[in-house]
Design a protein around this ligand. Structure first.
Ligand code: NDP
Length: 453
């Protein structure tokens, strides 16, 4: 088996040079799907793996805009339309200076399996730009978003491709993007999700990814007759996903003790309570400040700035029961994984996409802890985006309770589908294999049904 996976990967790497994150995401999926191909040879005949790693379409475009000084700035825009076998392309837009083709292809690839797991009819896509919203005025962000959408609007549509937010793209950016789409296309439709409540957004969409990651972890704990009451949790990031992860952890009686941004992290031994969370949300969402200011306000917290000379992240080196990586890809390397295990962490639910390196994943699987990979654990965000699309089509709004109920139901069913698939293919307890296989089967069968397209 290993040799065949290696040969397949050699080809993927040769065809997609200089895209290490894409190679990593494909490798993780292919390793777990290989036993499925042995049992279901039709997938080989139809070259499903070869087709599924090839995006249906890649768009790359220039985004020129004027900064506040009147100087011309030029960024690069992308949209990866990865797979539409089970529905219109769906996936977020990321605005971050690190954005490149390989990173967006890894995200789009993972999105295909994640969206399939949600039980909703959504294909996979992802997009974004190397634009950095940090330190930009609202007017600059607006001009950038308008220029970005001026090109993107010809490629997306409510039945074609429905983008959403991701790192650096929150309510403010979705608003500017939606306004420009509406103006150019002269239509008010649900072409983006994560919209404001007054203009077609869904209740619980902002909360969905963080809440969903905690619901997924609670399902994993329940398999061992356990729950979150009194558990200590490490959380990374301080954006959308991290904030609502912390909120739901508090609802369930846990004690979150960390959060971070790209400059450093805080460790608050007394716990981040509701008052401190409200401060953090105001700091990040309104003032657009840094987590360092949390430690300046609360003496129970210690701030540690990022040390680029360290080969591990000290955030993951505290005693805890649970960990919720909610910042970015590859934020847990092999050393971090070893630290987490050493410190007693036995439940990990990934709010971020691909936050753990392959070495780290293997350590978690070998240790037999409850490890929920991003594709399953953070699918709550796109699931509620799917519910936002349904509400837009129906032209009505569900209540907060109704959306939350549906979200919980979806996270339960993703958990169950992952458990069932891992059992069926002899890898019980391995949520990585379970989620990949369950997500893959539906897409692969749909691709076969639709012929060679
Ligand atoms: P936000 O932009 O709201 O927050 C991102 C957070 O992560 C910030 O605290 C940011 O710090 C930190 N961060 C970003 N990049 C880096 C980096 N390279 N190194 C260290 N810290 C970093 O994004 P989200 O909360 O929406 O997204 C977080 C993760 O969750 C991403 O992996 C995203 O793909 C994933 N995700 C998000 C979903 C959603 O619905 N929003 C759905 C599913 C997954 P700083 O402010 O300094 O940049």
């Amino acid at each position: 088996m290993a040799q065949n996976v290696a040969a397949f990967m050699e080809n993927v790497i040769a065809k997609n040079p200089a895209q290490p994150e894409f190679h990593q995401a494909v490798q993780e999926v292919v390793e777990t799907i290989w036993p499925v191909l042995d049992k279901r040879p039709e997938y080989r005949t139809h070259k499903i793996l070869e087709r599924i790693v090839e995006p249906e379409r890649v768009l790359m475009f220039r985004v020129p805009w004027l900064d506040d000084k009147g100087e011309v700035q030029v960024n690069r825009g992308f949209r990866i339309e990865m797979n539409s076998a089970i529905g219109p392309y769906k996936g977020g837009l990321r605005f971050h200076p690190s954005v490149n083709l390989g990173i967006l292809k890894f995200l789009a690839f993972e999105q295909v399996f994640k969206n399939s797991l949600t039980t909703l009819p959504m294909g996979g896509g992802k997009g974004g730009s190397d634009f950095d919203p940090k330190g930009k005025s609202d007017a600059e962000v607006m001009r950038f978003c308008q220029s970005f959408m001026t090109e993107l609007c010809r490629h997306i549509g409510q039945f074609t491709d429905v983008p959403a937010g991701d790192i650096g793209v929150g309510g403010r950016e979705i608003g500017f993007l939606f306004g420009q789409y509406k103006r150019i296309r002269n239509e008010f439709v649900g072409v983006l999700t994560g919209k404001g409540l007054n203009w077609g957004g869904s209740l619980i969409r902002p909360e969905a990814t963080g809440y969903g990651a905690v619901y997924f972890a609670a399902e994993m704990l329940a398999t061992r007759g356990d729950n979150f009451e009194g558990k200590t949790a490490l959380v990374s990031g301080s954006g959308n996903v991290a904030q609502y992860t912390i909120e739901k952890l508090l609802d369930l009686g846990a004690k979150p003790v960390t959060c971070s941004d790209s400059s450093g992290y805080i460790y608050d031994e007394a716990g981040i309570d509701r008052e401190k969370l409200a401060f953090l949300m105001e700091l990040k969402n309104v003032k657009r400040g840094r987590v360092k200011e949390y430690a300046e306000k609360y003496s129970s917290a210690v701030y540690t700035p990022v040390d680029p000379n360290l080969d591990y992240n000290p955030l993951w080196d505290h005693k805890a029961d649970a960990a919720f990586p909610s910042a970015t890809q590859n934020e847990i390397n092999g050393k971090d994984a070893a630290n987490l295990l050493k410190n007693g962490v036995f439940v990990i639910s990934e709010g971020a996409n691909m936050p753990t390196t392959l070495d780290g994943i293997n350590q978690f699987l070998e240790a037999g802890i409850l490890y929920g990979p991003g594709k399953a654990a953070n699918a709550g965000g796109v699931a509620v985006s799917g519910l936002e699309m349904s509400q837009n089509s129906l032209r009505l709004s569900w209540t907060r309770e109704e959306v939350d109920q549906r979200l919980q139901g979806i996270m339960k069913s993703i958990h169950q589908a992952s458990v069932d698939a891992s059992k069926e293919f002899g890898m019980e307890g391995n949520y990585v294999a379970g989620a990949n296989i369950a997500g893959f089967l539906k897409v692969a069968d749909s691709m076969i049904d639709q012929g060679l397209v």
